[in-house]
Design a protein around this ligand. Structure first.
Ligand code: FES
Length: 250
């Protein structure tokens, strides 16, 4: 277990905060850490910043993540990692497709040639919108309160996909499943970062299993070819207690 100190806690939106800390560690974009919140348990988090200062961006969702968003400068941050394979970051024009808080794990890829499609339920839930200049971003909201009125995969269909060297996707699995339907069969290089229930983070417990693949170890990043035909992608998710729940993707 690594013990770091929080340097700064910056509010991104009503229930999303970015925690900054110094950590002299090589991390590839898309890798994650298991963050331990004493008294609450461990949760997997990808990194939102990999520069001199590292960062994680946390959405207050359950009790553990809420507690994490409340940490202040000087507080302890406990973690294990980095784990997982990370993205294969290509040269040239790139497009990030982030649904909900998915843009967080994609952000470390961004450079001057990167565009972002950021989607959320409402305007208030858009994360990192202002980190991309207007000319480099596409915005979609389910309720039409900002940008395109509709879902990420619908907006993606209106974008010149062939103008990109690579497309990187992260978000709720239902959203990624639909994005995959738009992108499959295209020539562009595509990778997805999956979010599944994780307990050990290192290939022991099998709680992150996805049709015979362990997301923590073989992923969380997968090429589009690895997901096409996977019997569980977009079909089932597993809860923390191990129960399988069918996803309602239409
Ligand atoms: S989280 Fe335990 S095997 Fe992946």
């Amino acid at each position: 277990m690594i013990n770091l100190k929080i340097e700064e806690n910056v509010k991104e939106s009503q229930n999303v905060n970015t925690l900054y800390f110094n950590w002299d560690q090589d991390i590839r974009p898309g890798q994650f850490a298991m963050i331990w919140i004493p008294g609450y348990g461990e949760i997997p988090m990808s990194f939102s910043g990999l520069g001199r200062r590292k960062s994680i961006t946390v959405k207050a969702y359950g009790s553990a993540s809420r507690k994490l968003t409340e940490l202040k400068a000087g507080d302890d941050l406990f973690l294990r990692g980095p784990y997982g394979n990370g993205f294969d970051v290509r040269e040239g024009r790139k497009l990030l497709v982030g649904g909900g808080s998915g843009i967080v794990s994609l952000y470390p890829i961004a450079d001057q040639e990167t565009d972002a499609l950021i989607s959320a339920k409402t305007r208030d839930e858009l994360i990192f919108k202002d980190r991309f200049p207007e000319s480099r971003r596409f915005i979609a909201t389910d309720d039409g309160s900002d940008g395109f009125h509709g879902f990420a995969h619908e907006l993606l269909q209106r974008i010149n996909i062939d103008s990109y060297e690579a497309i990187y996707v992260c978000g709720p699995e239902q959203m990624m499943y639909k994005v995959l339907q738009v992108l499959k069969g295209r020539k562009v290089f595509v990778q997805f970062s999956l979010e599944r229930t994780m307990k050990c983070g290192i290939g022991i417990c099998d709680s992150c299993s996805l049709g015979g693949k362990q997301v923590c170890k073989e992923g969380p990043v997968f090429n589009i070819e690895e997901l096409i035909g996977n019997p569980e992608f977009g079909v089932y998710r597993t809860t923390y207690s191990g129960r399988r729940i069918r996803l309602n993707v239409k």
